[in-house]
Design a binder for this molecule. Sequence first.
Ligand SMILES: [Zn+2]
Length: 314
Amino acid sequence: MVSFCIRNAFLLSEDRSSFSLCPGDIVLEDEVITDVLPPSTLSASDGVDGSGCIILPVLANAHTHAFEHLLKGFKTGRKIDEPHPDWFWKLYEAWPTELALLGARLHLLEYLAAGVGVVVDVLRSSMPTGPFEALRKELGLGGLQFGVGANVDCLDLGSEIHSSFATRLDILDSRPGPTWIHLHFMETPQRREAAIRHLGRDPGTALRVRAPAHSRWLLSHASAAEVQDLRAFSDWRATVVSTPGAEARLGERTADPRCVLAEGLDLALGSDGPCYNPRLDLFEEARNLCHCDGDALDMKTLDAAWRALFWRPG
Ligand SMILES: [Zn+2]
């Protein structure tokens, strides 16, 4: 086994309910922390000096669109359903996979530099998942790659108003899986109304009739979700992915973390794609989540934000 130690650093452990910083000498075996000793236990010749440094678990970004990187910032300040110029959609749809992969590489490298080690990425429907999954693994990042197709393990349903939503739902009927299902869920009140019209009943109930019982749901945004929409998923393994920074830039509401947790769903943090949110700072997202209900000192909200930073698929 390879031993390594970092002296006099502060360790932020996700196991501590208070998430307080614990000073100490940190011992690692094969890249796993095996012991935390009192500060200055080890001699100066052991390992490296971590004075003034904070050691923390890898951060998780549970929702992005890495392929959009070369269009970074395009949607900042625009409303989510605001019509875009024709050239934008022509470019968006015609974006070749090679160029998208180059952008994705830059995007993921920025995350690595920001301490992110788990990325949940959602592709445009026409792009193959294989090369993007291979890229994520090449860079040593954990996570999930969502795409569209009968053979993908992680199926992206798009959004309830997407023109191909019905076709993507049909994929659910034609196979026993997939295990993971992603949906841009109830992003605006208008989309919620459109979803109810489209599905003929409340979307949560309509979706649970179609999806395999063992499905794991990732519901991104949920900005306009009502309590009953969240409740429809409360006895599934479902996670709401909040992207407060993107919501703020789009002028949208952020899902109330207390409501999500009260209905029995898990909560994760994401940045959304670089088109919508050019910042890749998950601590900023956590701060935004704390502020979204105007009560930054609410410990339940703060605790949810901390936990959302370290979400990991299991
Ligand atoms: Zn998205």
